[in-house]
Design a protein around this ligand. Structure first.
Ligand code: UDP
Ligand code: MG
Length: 309
């Protein structure tokens, strides 16, 4: 049977862009040549987005809409789209045309050539503030330094994923979701597709500073154990140094060299301080394990089986 594509589009108060966005995306999908569905997930819009979506869906049977009771956030909306999609490859794209729909063609070609994930890599970002570009650049580098899995730089959620990747997403039900991190954690054959990120077609960003910070935290907390383990290393370092210093003082005392009393007090305090951090780190190690168990991610992910049924 012929393969089918699912385009997943999260929507939050996007009445200014929906119509134009649909026309452009629909044309690109039609030209690619596979049967396709376009799934809009309305993330609790309070403007006229739903009215427009109802009309588009009434006129186009390939359009499907799932509408939330309130705003649950972009990452959850995309997850919902993945849950609903029935295609053999899923493509995630923003509705505001910042991710050029034409790039989907390149992603599909990469998929036909065997890629499991074809992710959009921004080589340039147009029409975004210096602050946004600068903070994004710093953040992606910090995340890379902190996390054990290689999360590709300058990459958002604009990507194509094969059905087998989507099936793993269906199994990963962690609540604080950072999809691009989850995708990197899974592994699979990933191919970057470079593109220039455009300006928003119309309207303003729906990612408020608060939502942005939450996403940034989800990335670090969900994919790095460093914040919990670092205090332990720090504490061990301080304890080690002050232990050595204490030992030197004791030897000096034994050798009959006089030692200022405040030095004893000072080293006593730093040792206790170090111990405090060391135990914080040990607690962190337990918390990391609990957190891991709670996330309940699959133990391993199979890419291929041979002679196994
Ligand atoms: N979005 C959403 N829920 C939200 C915020 C955003 O579904 O709470 C959607 C939005 O409609 C768009 C995509 O997520 O399709 C990306 O949002 P936006 O373009 O505002 O973010 P930016 O590109 O400025 O980071
Ligand atoms: Mg945008």
């Amino acid at each position: 049977m012929e393969s089918m594509l699912s385009l997943i589009v999260p929507v939050y108060n996007e009445e200014e862009v929906l119509e134009v966005s649909f026309n452009r995306m629909d044309e690109v999908m039609r030209n690619i040549g596979y049967p396709y569905e376009i799934i809009y997930v309305n993330d609790g819009s309070r403007d006229g987005s739903m009215r427009i979506l109802r009309r588009i869906a009434a006129e186009n049977p390939q359009v499907k809409v799932r509408s939330f009771s309130r705003n649950f956030g972009h990452q959850t909306a995309v997850t919902c789209g993945m849950d609903a999609a029935v295609g053999d490859a899923l493509i995630i794209i923003d509705v505001d045309l910042q991710d050029p729909p034409e790039v989907i063609e390149d992603m599909v070609r990469a998929w036909e050539d065997g890629a499991d994930i074809a992710y959009g890599k921004r080589v340039k970002r147009q029409g975004e503030t210096f602050m946004k570009k600068f903070t994004a650049k710093c953040y992606y580098r910090l995340l890379k330094a902190m996390s054990a899995n290689e999360i590709p730089l300058d990459t958002g959620d604009f990507r194509l994923i094969d059905r087998k990747v989507a099936d793993v997403f269906l199994k990963m039900r962690e609540h604080n979701r950072f999809l691009r991190g989850m995708s990197a954690w899974m592994g699979f054959e990933s191919v970057p597709i470079e593109f220039v990120r455009n300006e928003r077609y119309a309207g303003k960003t729906k990612y408020t500073l608060k939502k942005m910070l939450k996403l940034a935290m989800d990335g670090i907390i969900g994919f790095s154990d460093r914040p919990l383990t670092l205090p332990g290393y720090f504490g061990a370092g301080v304890c080690g140094l002050s232990g050595l210093a204490l030992l030197t003082l004791i030897i000096l005392c034994i050798c009959g060299v006089g030692v200022a009393p405040w030095l004893w007090a000072f080293l006593g305090v730093t040792t206790l301080f170090g111990l405090g951090f060391l135990f914080l780190g040990i607690q962190g190690a337990y918390m990391n394990r609990m957190y891991d168990e709670l996330k309940d991610r699959p133990l391993y992910i199979v890419a291929e089986d041979i002679n196994l049924d």
